[in-house]
Write a protein that binds this ligand. Structure first.
Ligand SMILES: NC(=O)c1ccc[n+]([C@@H]2O[C@H](COP(=O)([O-])OP(=O)(O)OC[C@H]3O[C@@H](n4cnc5c(N)ncnc54)[C@H](O)[C@@H]3O)[C@@H](O)[C@H]2O)c1
Length: 376
């Protein structure tokens, strides 16, 4: 397969996303121009290290680099103050200087944490994203949102810090567990739902191929997702407007993640899947979109093996009013009012500010009852 490249146009902070196969083995050659000296610090997690750290280190050392690695525990809980401190201190101990480049090798957790550590280390060092989960390849590695979670909510501590480059090697997905692949697929569908009905139509024909690891279908899904994200980020880097559309399903989803303790009970992409179905359901209840669309979206996501309703979560959730409280910690909340991304149709969404809390409550109660749950 030929390599593909997507440009993220951000004036002085512009960069390229290179998508292809066998790229890890060539990383020493392709990434060298980003380095002032042949020294690379790599941050990764234990799972990714098992499969992909040695090939990356070898590729760099073959080109004369010396490398230092920081290996963190895997999982959402790693996006914490404690691991941020650990990472910064380890990078300083490794001798990272102001003009060095840090490599984030991993999923969205490693990318977000390493990006944030890079943003604050010596007041900012460059970093490169080598995303290894489908979610990170189609979403989190692009756009420069970095950060950690707080006990008050997700991603509440962070910075905008663009990577110097993004290297997407589709081969690394071979070791990704199927549940994680499906979770990443939720963010792929998000692009179709939020602004590209044709892409959604294509996904509807190709969901099984992408989930089963078909390279051509996966390459097209990753490239289209990156193109769309690059376009939106170039238009609105710091999310003062259109970039908020990328949060389709996230106001509901982040509350579900908080309620389930950021654990394996519900992965981020799974929370987004349920949240997107809820966003369509809420839009139906408000009379904004045609009835039945939420069911259509749920049917599609189920084909990917994703949960689509709160009743699919194997944990008792807090009551609806407590769920709404969790939503107020969403970064899109403004002036104490909730913001949602709502849908007019598949491929057409908009930002709804100042949404009435009573309507959200009514929706959550109705949505739970529709699936035989008393109250969430
Ligand atoms: N910055 C952004 O714009 C943005 C966008 C979307 C999501 N996010 C964040 O991304 C995070 C979720 O990312 P994620 O789903 O990649 O989670 P993750 O980083 O926890 O990775 C998922 C799991 O897969 C493992 N893994 C990753 N790549 C692997 C591989 N190739 N082989 C084997 N195992 C592998 C990891 O070790 C982990 O256990 C969340 O914290 C979310 O908030 C950020």
């Amino acid at each position: 397969m030929q390599n593909n490249s997507v440009h993220v146009d951000l004036a002085g902070r512009s960069y390229d996303i290179v998508i292809g196969q066998g790229l890890l083995a060539q990383a020493g050659i392709s990434l060298a121009p980003h380095f002032k000296r042949k020294f690379a610090a790599i941050v990764t997690d234990v799972n990714v290290a098992k499969f992909h750290l040695a090939p990356l280190v070898m590729a760099l050392e073959r080109e004369g680099f010396t490398t230092k690695t920081v290996i963190l525990p895997a999982g959402e809980k790693t996006k914490s103050y404690a691991h941020l401190a650990e990472t910064c201190d380890a990078l300083l101990a490794a001798g990272v200087e102001r003009k060095d480049v840090v490599i984030a090798l991993g999923g969205g957790v490693i990318g977000d944490l390493t990006g944030f550590a890079s943003a604050i280390l010596r007041r900012g060092v460059n970093f490169i994203q080598i995303p290894t989960s489908l979610l990170a390849q189609v979403d989190s590695s692009v756009g420069g949102k970095t950060g950690i979670n707080s006990s008050h909510g997700k991603n509440l501590i962070g910075a905008f810090h663009q990577p110097a480059a993004v290297l997407i090697d589709l081969d690394v997905l071979q070791s990704l567990p199927q549940r994680q692949r499906a979770a990443g697929y939720a963010e792929v569908v998000k692009y179709g739902l939020l602004g590209d009905a044709n892409f959604y139509g294509w996904l509807d024909q190709n969901v099984e191929a992408i989930l089963s690891g078909d390279n051509a279908a996966t390459a097209r899904a990753v490239k289209t997702s990156c193109e769309m994200k690059a376009r939106i980020v170039a238009e609105d880097e710091t999310e003062t407007g259109v970039r908020a559309l990328l949060n389709l399903g996230h106001t509901f989803g982040h509350a579900l993640e908080a309620a389930t303790g950021y654990s394996d009970v519900l992965l981020h992409g799974e929370a987004v899947a349920i949240g997107m179905v809820q966003a369509f359901g809420f839009s139906e209840m408000l009379g904004i979109c045609e009835q039945g669309l939420s069911r259509k979206v749920a049917d599609h996501l189920r084909r990917a093996g994703l949960p689509t309703h709160v009743s699919d979560i194997h944990l008792k959730l807090p009551p609806a009013d407590a769920m709404v409280k969790l939503m107020y910690q969403d970064k899109k909340a403004e002036g104490g009012k909730l913001t949602f991304i709502l849908a007019k149709s598949i491929g057409e969404t908009f930002i709804a500010k100042g949404v009435d809390e009573a309507k959200v409550l009514a929706f959550l109660v109705k949505d739970a009852a529709a699936h035989g749950l008393a109250k969430p």
